[in-house]
Design a protein around this ligand. Sequence first.
Ligand code: NDP
Length: 303
Amino acid sequence: MAEAAIIDGRAIATGLRERIAEAAARLREEHGIIPGLAAVLVGDDPASQIYVRSKARACAAARLASFEHRLTADAGLAAILDLVTQLNGDDRVDGILVQLPLPSDIDPRAVIAAIDPDKDVDGFHPVNVGRLWSGEPGLVPCTPQGVMMLLRSTDVRLQGAEAVVLGRSAVVGRPVAALLLAADCTVTLVHSKSRDLRAICRRADIIVAAIGRPQMVKADWLKPEVTVIDVGINRIVIPEGGVRLVGDVDFAAARRVAGAITPVPGGVGPMTIACLLRNTLLAACRRRGLPDPAVLSADVIKV
Ligand code: NDP
């Protein structure tokens, strides 16, 4: 039997970044606007520092402005809210990103709620969550946007498709479900209390796995020719020594059943930062009453 096609997230993200750079250049030429992304980093979590640095590098490559604001882990909620208020009012800043996780004594909901929804490029503000579920234009969370773009890069027909989303987090599972619904899929959202995941998955034309459980989705959970988007990023220790990144799907076995599948790494991961840049550019246009750049509306995110 033929193996599943690989959905190449690196190549698709590269294409998206090129279109973002093109749209940014046009905004600068025609309107003198340089979209800007402000990242707020609280504390010294090493992984968060790496993420913030790579976001700044991606901004520079697309010729967007980036601003980094660091606060110490003991800064406290009031200081974080002051900074967010200042960024809300700063016209050079189109997107505000508060790197999560925040220190354990800070309620992330209070910080996210303080961000101007029109600068909320992570799409986590309750106003943007509401816009997403009610089908109004807003800023859509980055990883779920990436998932939809990868799906749209395949020839799977979304309308009427049975889509199963594994995981119901606010960051991935729920917004993915909302986007699939907006794309006219029939959506089932499963979680740790769901019964008989295998039987539910076997019905699916599309599976999006976002549970953070290494290789949990097995080949015999899959209907032949299903399209699989694996969001999971898990580190496992391998017998030969060292660690390896794997997804939530048993890739090697699933590839023999599925029609198309994303690898880990090189699938959803590269899309996330590209979509953050996309949101920054869209925010820069929308805040000023300009239409979305044509090269980006080709991504066909219909929300
Ligand atoms: P969370 O831990 O926030 O959510 C996990 C979800 O999976 C929960 O809804 C949980 O259910 C469900 N779940 C956990 N175990 C099971 C199980 N055994 N059976 C069924 N459902 C289960 O994770 P995230 O959504 O933040 O991330 C999910 C994965 O995606 C992680 O591997 C993460 O690293 C990766 N990720 C990748 C990104 C990328 O850019 N590629 C970006 C963000 C995340 P319940 O709600 O009942 O607890």
